[in-house]
Design a protein around this ligand. Structure first.
Ligand SMILES: Nc1ncnc2c1ncn2[C@@H]1O[C@H](COP(=O)(O)OP(=O)(O)OP(=O)(O)O)[C@@H](O)[C@H]1O
Ligand SMILES: CCCC(=O)O
Length: 356
């Protein structure tokens, strides 16, 4: 089939990134990072309720650019927090949308990817997809055992960017990432670390059990968490915000911006230096833990995401875990290109679009 354009939608907690890629060459025609007003976002009762607000802003932008939606061959969104998904791509249908909007899954802006893609594509009778959902890991059965029989570990991670960077690095080595064993640590507002074998994520240190991050708590000793949960002062929403949104660096230093933390350290702020060192240590410990899942055979360790721009932090992490394998810094992310490339493969039948 002739591929015209692919609209890519990547919803984040504070912004919706969109881009239009043209044809098999994937030439980027348009792109925009729509930044949302904090107050507007906070006024919604849940993430799914933001769908029409964000959809209208996307359509307004495209209309303003004079873009004709009839040129779209597909719309692809970031995959969200549905536990049952595995890696790769899915066709979006009503059942998947209902699950992404359900209150039973963790609240995360990525779940809007399917809802927005479907809402825009459906009236155009155009296919919609998600690719590499945040929950699309293939955890080992042993990894799923938590220590409490009622609850099973799930794998929430930055799968999309991790796979994109791993493919890039493996290709630069002249290899196939399916045949390599490695660890990817994505460091943005949240930090997640994942272990890869046979082209799949088999273990994860996530934002609720892994390292602290600019706005995430990471794993906190359970008895201390129990105390906070039952102290009569914290609501469920407060606890959720401490885990994701107001935890991590923000909780200690009142900022989520690592550049600001580094400015404070340079100005002699010992407390900022202590907290930043703790974050580097926790990342190093997560990488070391995952090297155990890979039984010590680690071909490389990729540090990626916005914070990987900091040579200070990547140096501190390498200091803790450089003995485990070669550290490769790939700052930033390639999520938009990865979504477009996934959609193109599905449109062309090179990769199966799974059905939920
Ligand atoms: N040059 C730099 N040095 C240090 N930190 C940086 C630099 N550039 C960006 N950062 C930090 O990267 C973080 C944001 O990263 P990024 O933009 O990848 O996150 P995000 O997209 O908001 O979240 P996520 O990646 O978790 O979805 C911020 O803490 C920011 O301060
Ligand atoms: C859930 C994976 C991405 C994140 O931590 O935000």
């Amino acid at each position: 089939m002739e591929v015209k354009d692919i609209l890519v939608i990547n919803p984040g907690s504070t912004s919706t990134k969109i881009a239009v890629y043209r044809g098999e060459e994937q030439q980027r025609l348009l792109e925009k990072n729509i930044v949302h007003d904090d107050e507007a976002i906070n006024a919604f009762s849940c993430v799914a309720a933001q769908k029409d607000y964000r959809k209208d802003m996307i359509l307004e932008f495209l209309q303003g650019e004079g873009y004709d939606l009839k040129n779209l061959s597909a719309v692809v969104g970031r995959g969200g927090m549905v536990y049952e998904l595995s890696g790769g791509g899915y066709q979006v249908n009503e059942k998947l949308c209902a699950r992404m909007a359900s209150a039973d899954i963790p609240q995360h802006a990525s779940s809007l990817g399917a809802l927005l893609a479907f809402a825009i594509a459906e009236p155009l009778e155009t296919p919609s997809y998600i690719y590499d959902s945040t929950m699309g890991c293939d955890l080992l059965e042993t990894v799923k055992i938590t220590g409490i029989a009622e609850v099973e570990k799930y794998g929430a991670t930055h799968l999309l960017n991790s796979r994109a960077q791993a493919i890039k690095h493996a290709t630069s080595l002249g290899g196939d990432y399916h045949k390599m064993q490695f660890i990817v640590c994505h460091m943005g507002g949240g930090i997640t670390v994942n272990a890869w074998k046979d082209g799949k994520v088999i273990d994860v240190a996530s934002y609720d059990d892994g390292p602290m991050a600019p706005e995430r708590s990471g794993g906190v000793p359970l008895l201390l968490m129990k105390k906070l949960c039952f102290d009569g002062q914290h609501t469920e929403a407060d606890i959720e915000a401490l885990i994701s949104g107001r935890g991590g660096l923000y909780s200690y230093l009142g900022t989520k911006d690592c550049r600001e933390v580094e400015r404070r350290i340079a100005a002699g702020d010992d407390y900022a230096a202590l907290v930043y060192e703790a974050m580097a240590l926790q990342v190093g410990k997560a990488i070391a833990g995952l090297s155990c899942t890979l039984k010590g055979k680690v071909d490389f360790i990729i540090l990626t995401g916005g914070i990987a721009h900091s040579s200070k932090l990547t140096g501190m992490i390498a200091d803790y875990c450089g003995h485990i394998g070669e550290i490769v810094v790939m700052a930033g992310e390639s999520e938009m290109e990865a979504l477009a490339a996934g959609a193109l493969r599905m449109l062309q039948g090179e990769e199966e679009a799974k059905e939920y």
